[in-house]
Design a protein around this ligand. Sequence first.
Ligand code: 13P
Ligand code: SF4
Length: 414
Amino acid sequence: MGRRAATVQSSIRADPSRNLPLLQPSSVDDGGPQTEPREAGALALAPVPVKTSATLEATLPDDYALAPEEDLLARAARARRSLGDDALVLAHHYQCDEVVAFADATGDSFKLARHAARSRSPFIVFCGVHFMAETADILTRPDQAVILPDLAAGCSMADMAHVRQVEDCWEALREAGGGATVPITYMNSSAAIKAFCGRHGGAVCTSSNARRLIEWALGRGERVLFLPDQHLGRNTAHAMGHPLESMVVWDPALSMGGLTPGALRAARFVLWKGHCSVHTRFTLEDVHRFRAAHPEGRVLVHPECTFDVVQAADCWGSTEYIRRVLDEAEPGSTWAIGTEIHLTNRLASEHPDKSVRSLSPVMCLCATMYRIDPPHLCWALESLVRGEVVHRVSVPTEVAAEAVVALERMLEIA
Ligand code: 13P
Ligand code: SF4
């Protein structure tokens, strides 16, 4: 893995005056070079820290940016052991193997959100992307801190919907008339958009429960505003039996989303014009090429892929579903997988009795997931042992209070 001396946004000394978790002086368990001695399990929290959005500019220290990877992994392992139950390490399936090796739990975004919600650990080191860490922060107590080892690990799809654009769309829907709209946001969105959905009677969904959440929404209103991934929305609604003609796409770059009031009024689904730049690289030609070479093979894709690819696939679902299908597949079977390359490669090495490859000849890599690497993970873990919280993801209390409503609806329904 390459080294990145990334600029990051937050390195906050744990300090009760900042209302952040307070750690007692601590060390890795063999007294490694980065830390002061401490007894394992001696972490202590300040009383009732308040969620804030404070961030400070900080750069990955040279000690981490320049150290050999094997040293960093050994140091991170010592720090992890030293932290014991005071830390929970969660990793999304797209994380690289070196990071997954540290995970107490892996999963899709729904499974990881549930792990965070049930955790009692004072520190949750979230190896994933920013919206996942925000979700964990919203679902945990104020005296738990969620740490994203590199704050630059964002999601380009989540960035495709800004809450002010969503408010404009909402106003246009209201003016168009034609019955109540229920907003459903994919987990891959900012906390502000989750709060918008909580405020307007909507909910969050993930790729593993979008169908149930859309059913729920249609039981409450005439129309669903689905954001920010048009593909997950279209693929799911179509699989539920809704024709493509019942869907319109709202383009936030255009006035009135590029739609007339009549088109908005008639639509059952208003799909936000957002997409995943990784999953939209899989094409129908990829499916045809694979099928020509492997007529007996099966195509398994994520629902962030485009409609034509999902229609041509044998099966589709969340990253956890993709894992399960491969686990249950018969030995000797052949698979083309339409999802991020780290998961595909891991599935290939975990199933040597099956033939597993990427659906695409080009490398479909999520560059932001890949920002969580051994230097940043080691920094986050050793900092905790030293008594510092670097890269805490902290959702402002007033945003979290509305976002949790939308998230809890999902947890109840899914
Ligand atoms: P899953 O919830 O299926 O893991 O998807 C999250 C994601 O970002 C896929 O690109
Ligand atoms: Fe976002 Fe796509 Fe990366 Fe998933 S794979 S985190 S949707 S950019």
